[in-house]
Design a protein around this ligand. Structure first.
Ligand SMILES: [Zn+2]
Length: 368
């Protein structure tokens, strides 16, 4: 099934999990050690407009217009400046949950790397092998182990013997949903690690939030960041607790702001050519939603005390179609858990209210 209003509002679920590793050098040093269950999907609100952060990087040249090329299933579409050969191959798994489908990316001309082989779709894997045309596939990178990104890895690895680079999936637990347990990294990979692929280098950047084992992959020679589902084109990923974590998601977005990026190549959708604006837009979208959570919860709390999640959802997501509310509700929970961590709201046996301090602040604001 394909969302007819994909450009405006899309649902892309991807499951989430908690993986082992990932250290943040100099950046808080958090290790996402525990293996926690979770699921994450992505409800995409419409792209925000009217905001433009000033890019620190040079604008795209005319010959880089191909970065914006339309997506075509099963074709090797060149993207990037050409310093490193990068080709995008769209898998045929378009759906309400995956938008136009999953993007697989091939990097290099002699010794090749593939990012996100996608679902375990024999036709897609055969397409990737045909594009390789006998050249050795030496590296398989996986941004995260959701079912639309990772399961093709084992099939490709069996045919090529390539190294499997990524973070391990969480242990399967009740409610975990669609996590690819067949993905087994060749070794333990660390946040910030640079993989030397001869013609190019790929830096691993741990970006938990959508999935606890999510990596963004920086192709250094191009300044191109393969964002998986951390940043998507035309929509915003959902954050589904317990594996999805809104605090981590916002931290991971802010982390990208310090990178020298010229383009974002997402797991779904087209290349984005203004990374600072795309990232800032996502941050603002989340903070705006968080503010709405506080506003709606405050007013409902005043009327009736503690509020159930189901009661809160339609008020906070009054801009989301009714059939997407179950997913919106899960992301709302992620917002509430962040606010609870921040000390703004209190969870009392599954019902929510403002913390006394936040309520007092709110009342003071009303009086002023
Ligand atoms: Zn995805």
């Amino acid at each position: 099934m394909r969302a007819c209003n994909f450009k405006r509002r899309t649902l892309y679920p991807e499951m989430t999990l908690k993986s082992s590793v990932a250290l943040r050098p100099g950046g808080g040093g958090r290790a996402s050690a525990g293996r926690v269950a979770g699921g994450s999907d992505a409800v995409f609100a419409g792209r925000q407009t009217g905001y433009h952060a000033r890019s620190r990087y040079r604008p795209l040249a005319a010959n880089e217009a191909r970065l914006m090329s339309d997506l075509k299933v099963g074709e090797a579409q060149p993207i990037g400046s050409g310093r490193v050969q990068v080709r995008r191959v769209l898998a045929r798994n378009a759906s309400l949950m995956t938008g136009p489908g999953t993007n697989s990316y091939l990097l290099g001309t002699e010794r090749v790397a593939i990012i996100d082989p996608g679902p375990a779709d024999t036709l897609h894997i055969e397409t990737l092998l045909a594009i390789l045309d006998g050249r050795p596939l030496e590296w398989i990178f996986v941004t995260h182990t959701h079912g639309d990104h990772a399961p093709g890895s084992a099939m490709l690895q069996a045919r090529t013997g390539a190294q499997m680079i990524g973070l391990a999936p969480p242990l399967p637990m009740s409610g975990m949903g669609d996590h690819d347990q067949t993905f087994v990294p060749t070794r333990l990979y660390l946040d910030g690690e640079r993989i030397d692929c001869g013609e190019f280098r790929v830096r691993l950047i741990h970006t938990p939030g959508h999935a606890s084992n999510h990596l963004c992959l920086l192709l250094e020679e191009e300044g191109m960041l393969f964002t998986g589902d951390h940043v998507l084109e035309g929509t915003t990923p959902v954050i589904l607790p317990p594996d999805g974590n809104m605090t981590h998601y916002l931290e991971s977005l802010r982390r990208l702001q310090s990178l020298p990026l010229r383009a974002l190549a997402p797991g779904h959708g087209k290349v984005m050519t203004d990374p600072p604006t795309a990232i800032e837009t996502l941050i603002r979208h989340r903070l705006r939603r968080e503010k709405k959570v506080v506003t709606v919860l405050s007013s409902m709390s005043r009327l009736g005390g503690e509020v159930a999640l189901e009661t809160l959802t339609p008020g906070v997501y009054d801009d989301v179609p009714a059939h997407l509310l179950p997913w919106a509700q899960r992301t709302l929970l992620a917002h509430l858990l962040k606010l609870e961590e921040d000390g703004s709201v209190v969870n009392s046996e599954g019902r929510w209210h403002m913390s006394p301090a936040a309520a007092l602040q709110d009342a003071t604001k009303d009086d002023s």
